[in-house]
Write a protein that binds this ligand. Structure first.
Ligand SMILES: Nc1ncnc2c1ncn2[C@@H]1O[C@H](COP(=O)(O)OP(=O)(O)OP(=O)(O)O)[C@@H](O)[C@H]1O
Ligand SMILES: [Mg+2]
Length: 318
């Protein structure tokens, strides 16, 4: 099958591994920089070009779209979907995953456990907002933050109030959560492919920190997850609509709590820690999905007439 990996950088570990796994399984594969894909949208059909040439005919497209290019990356992926390519992570699901508050609401609506979370807009409501959460300690998270930067622990109510007021002054977007002390600085990254957790690792915060991010000095080890943890991770990925997801959980007295559903989880740390060929499983999922949806012949009959018309404009070749 003809596969494409949407990635800004072919040299990244995850991209290289996906290319390698696709070739090992006998597929043809090309890495496309989403920012070099440009498109024509017309009521006569959809066309995509790359560095001056028409591209189409991809049975499956595997997106690796970073947070900084979510909007454009999703538009490109949507165009591939409209041209009949299958993707394990549809553009709508990636956009959903990138909206942290929206994701929390979606997961909670499905009764998936997560730390109690509050957010608000007006400074006059700060005291009541924090009362709604319960007593400190609290975890304050900047929405733009990642890799642990922008995640703070406030142990006293006065500190929570001070941090919230300071962030408001900076017009920052943030949310405040209950602190799950019993997680003891550890979180679990469950790598979901299809309906399974194919690999899981525990990340442990360094002494003196509660954030387990590897970028903050955390350490990763393979871990056995419980059936409940696996079920929660798969349900969370499915709620967001992702076939491939990194679901971060913390262990609490009331069971596993979801911190985040990542739509473009890195392969390096977790393949190293667990020895699982995750890239191979992602390729298999993408190819199976394409075969089931019939998109290994990606130009759908109902589009064919439209595409033929636009071929006159030399924008689409079918
Ligand atoms: N409510 C909480 N209670 C206890 N520990 C938490 C809580 N929220 C986060 N942590 C710890 O802090 C770390 C960083 O938090 P989080 O993963 O939410 O932010 P991030 O890694 O900066 O952003 P993202 O994962 O969304 O890119 C987590 O991996 C976890 O170890
Ligand atoms: Mg995180």
């Amino acid at each position: 099958m003809k596969l494409a990996i949407l990635s800004r950088n072919g040299k990244l570990y995850s991209t290289r591994r996906l290319v390698e796994a696709a070739r090992t399984a006998g597929h043809s594969v090309r890495v496309l920089d989403p920012l070099r894909c440009y498109m024509r949208i017309g009521d006569d059909g959809f066309a995509m070009r790359y560095k001056g040439r028409a591209i189409d005919g991809y049975g499956a497209v595997i997106p690796r779209i970073g947070a900084s290019i979510t909007r454009y990356g999703c538009a490109v992926l949507r165009q591939f979907e409209l041209m009949g390519s299958h993707t394990p992570n549809p553009s709508a699901a990636i956009a959903r995953a990138r909206d942290k508050l929206g994701c929390h609401q979606l997961l909670a609506a499905q009764r998936i456990g997560l730390p109690a979370t509050v957010f608000g807009d007006n400074p006059d409501d700060t005291a009541d907002l924090l009362a709604l959460l319960g007593p400190p300690p609290h975890v304050v998270k900047l929405n733009e933050g990642s890799q642990g930067a922008g995640v703070l622990l406030t142990e006293k109510l006065s500190a929570s109030r001070g941090v919230v007021e300071a962030l408001r002054g900076l017009y920052a977007n943030f949310l405040v959560q209950e602190f799950v002390a019993e997680a003891e600085g550890a979180d679990l990254r469950c790598f979901v492919v299809g309906e399974q957790v194919v690999a899981a690792m525990q990340r442990q915060a360094p002494v003196g920190d509660f954030r387990s991010n590897l970028h903050r000095g955390g350490t990763a080890t393979a871990i056995d997850t419980t059936p409940e943890e696996r079920a929660v991770a798969v349900r969370a990925a499915q709620a967001v609509g992702l076939g491939v997801a990194g679901v971060d959980l913390i262990r609490s007295h009331r069971g596993p709590l979801v911190l985040e559903v990542n739509a473009s989880p890195g392969l390096e740390g977790i393949e190293e820690a667990t020895g699982v060929d995750i890239a191979g499983k992602i390729i298999q999922l993408a190819v199976n999905g394409a075969e089931m949806s019939g998109s290994e012949r990606p130009v759908r009959p109902r589009h064919r007439r439209l595409l033929n018309r636009s071929a006159r404009l030399d924008l689409t070749r079918v």
